[in-house]
Ligand binder design. Structure first.
Ligand code: SF4
Length: 395
C-alpha cells in the first residue's frame, strides 16, 4: 500500500506549479445500459462517507504532499452524477478546495449535470457558489433511443435544464451526445444534432458508442443478445456530425469535441496536454510530474483508508522520460492542433532517429500522421479513423 510519504518519495523533485482538480462523485440513480463506470446507488450514509473522505483527502494532499495553495486553473466535477448531491454539498466541496488550494479568479469550474436531477433554484445555487460551466448529459433527443439506453433524461428535460441554466446565468454550456449505439439511424442522429444546436450550446461532445466490459449492454451481448458497434456506420455518423457542426460555427478541436471560439474545455485540455491534475474521490486518477496514480474504485475502502490518514491508492506508476514523451504524443494527437515535434522532412525514418521518432516516421509513411509547416505532428484523416492503432504503436 502506498501512503502519502511513499508518494512524496516517488514524486521526488517533480515541481507542481499549477493544477487541475477532478472530483469523482460516484452516485447515480440508475445505471445506464452502456455505462461501466464505477458508481454507487445514492444513500445518505454513503454520501456522508464520501463527503468525509473527500475532506480528509484534500487535507492530506494539501498538508502532507505540500500542494497547499498551489494555483488551480480548472476544477471538474464528474461521475457518476454529481448533481445527485445537494447544491449545498457541492458548494461545500468547492469551498474546501478553495480553502486548501489557490483557485484562480478566472478558473474554469465545470460540473456534469443529469437533467433529471436539477431545478431552477439548484442551478442558481451552483452558479452562485462559483461553478462556471455545465456539461449536460443528453446523449440523444429521440425518446425511443433514450428508453433503450436506460436511465437517461428525455429531450424535454434536457431543454428545460438548459433553459433553467441559462436563466441562472450559465453562459458556458456543453451537451454530451452519443452516436452509433444500437437502434440509432442517420435520420435520428441528424435530428439529435439539430435539437442540440437549437439550444445554443457553446460546446458539444460527440462520443462514439463503445461496448464497455461490465456494462449491461456488454452482459446482454455475452448472452447472445444485442450486437457490437458497427464501426463503418459510426464513421458515417461522425462525418455527419462534422458536416452539421462546422457550418454551424463550431470548431472540431479534439477527436470527439467541438466548441465555439474560445470555449474549448480547459480542464480536458489539461489531460490531452498531460498537465498536472489531481483526482479526488473513489476511482479518480491523477498525474503529477512523471507519476500516475489512481484511487480505489470502492467507496467503503476509500473512506476507511482516509479515516486512518492513508491515501486510498490502488496503483502508482512512475514513468521514465521516454514513457512521458510517448504519453504526450498519444494524448496530444487527440487534439486537431497536434503536437510540436521536430521530425525529418517527409517523415522518413532512419536508424539514427530515436525510437519514438522512428515510430512517428513509420506512422507517417503509413499515411496515419503528417507534419505541418509549424512542425506540429497531427493525425491525418486516415489516422483519425485508426487513432487506437496509432496509440498502440506509440506506447
Ligand atoms: S452514464 Fe453517467 S449517469 Fe449513466 S450510469 Fe454512467 S455515470 Fe451514471
Amino acid at each position: 500500500m502506498t501512503d502519502v510519504a511513499d508518494l512524496k518519495k516517488i514524486l521526488g523533485r517533480a515541481q507542481v506549479e499549477n493544477l487541475g482538480i477532478y472530483v469523482h462523485v460516484p452516485f447515480c440513480r440508475v445505471r445506464c445500459r452502456f455505462c461501466a463506470f464505477y458508481m454507487e446507488g445514492l444513500r445518505e450514509d454513503r454520501v456522508q462517507a464520501f463527503m468525509d473522505g473527500l475532506a480528509h483527502e484534500l487535507r492530506l494532499y494539501a498538508r502532507t504532499l505540500g500542494l497547499r495553495k498551489v494555483p488551480v486553473h480548472t476544477i471538474y466535477f464528474g461521475g457518476g452524477t454529481p448533481t445527485t448531491l445537494a447544491p449545498r454539498q457541492l458548494a461545500r466541496i468547492l469551498h474546501d478546495i478553495r480553502y486548501w488550494f489557490a483557485v484562480e479568479d478566472d478558473a474554469e469550474i465545470s460540473i456534469e449535470v443529469h437533467p433529471g436531477t436539477v431545478s431552477p433554484d439548484g442551478l442558481g445555487s451552483l452558479r452562485q457558489s462559483g461553478f462556471t460551466r455545465l456539461s449536460v448529459g443528453a446523449q440523444s433527443f429521440d425518446r425511443n433511443e433514450l428508453r433503450g439506453l436506460g436511465g437517461r433524461a428525455y429531450g424535454a428535460e434536457v431543454r428545460q435544464a438548459v433553459s433553467w441554466a441559462q436563466a441562472a446565468g450559465f453562459t458556458n454550456i456543453s451537451l454530451d451526445l452519443m452516436y452509433g449505439f444500437p437502434g440509432q439511424s442517420m435520420e435520428s442522429w441528424q435530428r439529435t444534432l439539430d435539437e442540440a444546436l437549437a439550444l445554443s450550446p457553446t460546446h458539444l461532445s460527440c462520443y462514439a458508442y463503445t461496448l464497455e466490459e461490465g456494462s449491461p449492454f456488454h452482459r446482454e451481448m455475452m448472452q447472445g443478445k444485442g450486437s457490437a458497434p458497427d464501426q463503418e456506420f459510426q464513421l458515417v455518423l461522425e462525418e455527419q456530425a462534422v458536416d452539421r457542426l462546422i457550418p454551424a460555427g463550431f470548431e472540431r478541436y479534439e477527436i470527439s469535441n467541438y466548441c465555439r471560439a474560445g470555449y474549448a474545455c480547459r480542464h480536458n485540455m489539461r489531460y490531452w496536454r498531460v498537465l498536472p491534475y489531481l483526482g479526488l474521490g473513489p476511482s479518480a486518477q491523477s498525474a503529477l510530474g512523471h507519476v500516475r496514480f489512481g484511487n480505489m474504485a470502492d467507496l467503503e475502502s476509500y473512506a476507511d483508508f482516509l479515516k486512518r490518514g492513508t491515501l486510498p491508492l490502488d496503483e502508482v506508476t512512475s514513468l521514465s522520460p521516454d514513457q512521458v514523451e510517448r504519453e504526450h504524443m498519444v494524448w496530444g494527437l487527440r487534439m486537431l492542433s497536434g503536437v510540436p515535434v521536430r521530425v525529418p522532412v517527409r517523415m522518413t525514418a532512419t536508424e539514427q532517429n530515436a525510437p519514438l521518432l522512428q515510430t512517428i516516421c513509420q506512422l507517417g509513411e503509413q499515411g496515419l500522421l503528417q507534419v505541418d509547416k509549424q512542425e506540429r505532428v497531427r493525425l491525418t484523416d486516415l489516422g483519425m479513423r485508426f487513432v487506437d492503432t496509432v496509440a498502440v504503436a506509440l506506447l
